[in-house]
Design a protein around this ligand. Structure first.
Ligand SMILES: NC(=O)c1ccc[n+]([C@@H]2O[C@H](COP(=O)([O-])OP(=O)(O)OC[C@H]3O[C@@H](n4cnc5c(N)ncnc54)[C@H](OP(=O)(O)O)[C@@H]3O)[C@@H](O)[C@H]2O)c1
Length: 235
């Protein structure tokens, strides 16, 4: 392996909190990029020297050398930067599907996302800008105001229309004068997920795809009764 990503799902798997549990002893690591060192008889699609990424869960990428099935790996261009190739198969397609599969978005619509400093969040911001959608990025407060400002500038450069600290979303939206978000994408849950839900437009959709706060999603029943929000999950 040339490089292997460390994703929250790897940690969850090691903790025994993920639905996919490999038989132990096992090597962890869902994602990465490797170079083919040797091929067995009958291998037809891959050659020695090819750069390959896993396209099946549970390959165990946190290793130097491994023996794998040809069908579980996909050849990528060898000049793709190693860090990009090693983090190609989980977060970029997740961001694309979150944006495409739940609410038909039109240019000028708003969406909001928690955990916007994450890899998925950064892909979402870029894709939203490309689609002409206003992305409201919610992040945890940094250690001081200068660090808050630096992160906000970074996320705005990627595509965020607004960057809000957790706990200040309502004010940030009011100040920005954007239409209320029709789609909320939550990878934090707990208080932050509840705050995101409260900021959505009536009839809006909340998609929960992670639980970084390790706390139950705090959702007042009134949001479902009076605002008719739809809550979905994604995996
Ligand atoms: N459902 C699926 O199919 C699927 C697929 C891919 C990823 N995911 C989920 O997407 C999320 C992001 O994954 P990633 O690989 O992009 O993550 P990442 O780059 O490792 O970033 C982790 C993110 O979680 C935030 N975070 C950590 N602890 C937190 C807490 N207690 N409260 C609020 N935020 C917290 C971090 O914020 P700071 O910058 O403030 O530390 C950072 O934004 C994860 O929840 C992951 O499980 C789900």
């Amino acid at each position: 392996m040339l490089a292997a990503a460390v994703n929250p799902s790897d940690i969850n798997t090691i903790e025994g909190k993920y639905p996919l549990a490999p038989a132990t002893p096992a090597v962890a690591g869902f994602e990465g990029v490797g170079v083919v060192e040797a091929v067995g008889a009958g291998v037809s699609r891959q050659r020695v020297g090819d750069h390959v990424v896993p396209i099946e869960h549970g390959q165990g990428t946190w290793c130097t050398l491994g023996r794998f099935q040809e069908r579980s790996w996909y050849r990528v261009p060898a000049d793709l930067p190693t860090a990009a190739a090693g983090a190609l198969v989980i977060n970029p397609p997740t961001a694309l599907r979150l944006l495409e599969e739940f609410v038909p978005l039109r240019p000028g619509d708003s969406i909001a996302l928690t955990g916007a400093s994450s890899a998925v969040g950064r892909y979402l911001l870029q894709l939203a800008r490309w689609r002409g959608v206003n992305a409201v990025a919610v992040v945890r407060a940094r250690r001081d105001a200068a660090a808050d400002a630096a992160l906000a500038a970074e996320l705005k450069a990627l595509g965020a229309a607004v960057v809000s600290r957790e706990g200040a979303l309502r004010e940030a939206l009011a100040e920005a004068g954007l239409p209320p978000p029709v789609l909320g994408l939550d990878c934090v849950a707990g208080e932050a997920g509840g705050e995101l839900a409260r900021a959505l437009a009536p009839g809006g959709t909340l998609v929960v795809y992670g639980g970084m706060a390790q706390a139950s999603l705090k959702l007042p029943p009134s949001l479902l009764i009076f605002k008719n929000l739809t809550v979905r999950g994604f995996w």
